[in-house]
Design a protein around this ligand. Structure first.
Ligand code: NCD
Length: 324
C-alpha cells in the first residue's frame, strides 16, 4: 500500500484509519451522507437496508462504551449483521496473534472490521495484511488505536460543530487538556485544519502537550497556551479531553485537584469564551477533574448530542465504505 493507504485507486475511501490527508471534500461528503441518517433516527422505524446481508465484526481489544455501542447501533440501523467480539474472553487471551484472529474472522466471510486496539497502527497492520493476502474487499474502520487516531470521533465532533456553528472558516476552536496521550485530539486537529478553521488553539500543561505541531496532528500553525484563561478568550468551541491516566507513565501531574484548578473547565473559565460557545467532550468524562458538572450539564454543553450524532456519522462511514 502506498501513500494514502485508505483510499482505493479511484481516490475513494476503502478503509477509515485516520483523518490525516483527507480532503475537505471527502469530509463534507461524509457529513452530507450523515444528515439523512440523523433524520431517519427521528422516525419510528429507524432501519435502512444499505448493509443488508453484510457482516460487520466489532473487534474491541480495548474497553469502550459509547464507541462500541454506537457502532453496533449504526450497523444495525443499516441492516447489517453485527458480531461483537469480547476480546477479553476470546482466543486473544489464550495467546492467539492479532493477525491469526483476523484470518479466522475473515474466513467467516466478514465484510467489515471495526477495530479498537491499544497499539497505534493495529488497524493499519490489519488492512495491510488483508491487502497482501488478496482480501482487501474487507473494510477496516479504526475505532481508536493507541495514541494515534480516532477518526470517527473526530468526524462526529466536526459534524456537531457544523450543526451548531455552520461555517468552519470563521471559528476559533480550543482543544484542552491531555493532548499528549489523546488519539481524539490528533483526529480533531487534522479535521479542523482540513475544514479551514482559521484558529486552532491547544491548551494544556507543558507535561501533557506534545512538543511539535506535527506531533499534535497539525499542519500550519496551532496556537499553544499553557494558561487556560488566556487560551479560552473569545473561542467559539471548547473541546475538552479526558485525562488519560492509563497511558501515563510516571507522574506528569501534581494531583487531580491541582489539574482541576488550572485546567478544569468551570463556569468561571468558560465565561471567557464567546457567549454562545459550545462545550464538547468525547467521553468518558472525569467530572471534577477536567470538567465541572455545572459545565458538563449546563446550557453550553453539547456532549450528549455528540453521542447521538455519532450514530449517524458512523452509519455514513460504514455505508460509504461498503459502496466503494
Ligand atoms: C475516547 C477514546 O477512547 O479514545 N473515548 C471515546 O471513544 N468516546 C476518549 C477517551 O477515552 O478519553
Amino acid at each position: 500500500m502506498t501513500r494514502n493507504p485508505q483510499l482505493n485507486k479511484h481516490g475513494e475511501l476503502q478503509h477509515l484509519i485516520t483523518l490525516e490527508g483527507l480532503s475537505r471534500e471527502i469530509l463534507a461528503a461524509i457529513f452530507d451522507t450523515a444528515e439523512p441518517f440523523a433524520e431517519v433516527a427521528e422516525r419510528e422505524i429507524k432501519k435502512v437496508p444499505l448493509l443488508r446481508g453484510k457482516s460487520v465484526f466489532n473487534l474491541f481489544f480495548e474497553n469502550s462504551t459509547r464507541t462500541r455501542t454506537t457502532f453496533e447501533i449504526a450497523a444495525k440501523r443499516l441492516s447489517a449483521d453485527v458480531i461483537n467480539l469480547n476480546i477479553s474472553t476470546s482466543s486473544a487471551s489464550k495467546g492467539e496473534s492479532l493477525l491469526d484472529t483476523v484470518d479466522n474472522l475473515a474466513a467467516m466471510q466478514a465484510d467489515m472490521f471495526v477495530v479498537r486496539h491499544a497499539s497505534s497502527g493495529a488497524p493499519y497492520l490489519i488492512a495491510q495484511h488483508l491487502a497482501a493476502t488478496g482480501r482487501d474487499h474487507i473494510h477496516i474502520v479504526n475505532a481508536g488505536d493507541g495514541r494515534h487516531a480516532h477518526p470517527t470521533q473526530g468526524l462526529l465532533d466536526m459534524y456537531t460543530i457544523r450543526h451548531y456553528k455552520k461555517d468552519f472558516t470563521r471559528l476559533t476552536v480550543a482543544v484542552v487538556g491531555d493532548l499528549l496521550h489523546s488519539r481524539v485530539a490528533r483526529s480533531q486537529i487534522h479535521a479542523l485544519q482540513a475544514l479551514g478553521v482559521p484558529e486552532v488553539r491547544v491548551i494544556g500543561p507543558r507535561t501533557l502537550l506534545p512538543t511539535g505541531v506535527v506531533e499534535m496532528g497539525g499542519r500550519g500553525s496551532l496556537r499553544v497556551f499553557h494558561d487556560m484563561r488566556e487560551g479560552l478568550k473569545g473561542v467559539d468551541v471548547v473541546m475538552m479531553l479526558r485525562l488519560q491516566n492509563e497511558r501515563m507513565a510516571g507522574a506528569l501531574l501534581p494531583s487531580p485537584q491541582e489539574y482541576f484548578k488550572y485546567y478544569g473547565l468551570t463556569p468561571e473559565k468558560l465565561a471567557l469564551a464567546k457567549p454562545d460557545a459550545i462545550v464538547m467532550h468525547p467521553g468518558p468524562m472525569n467530572r471534577g477533574i477536567e470538567i465541572d458538572s455545572a459545565v458538563a450539564d449546563g446550557a453550553h454543553s453539547v456532549i450528549l448530542p455528540q453521542v447521538t450524532f455519532g450514530i449517524a456519522v458512523r452509519m455514513a462511514v460504514m455505508s460509504m465504505l461498503a459502496g466503494n
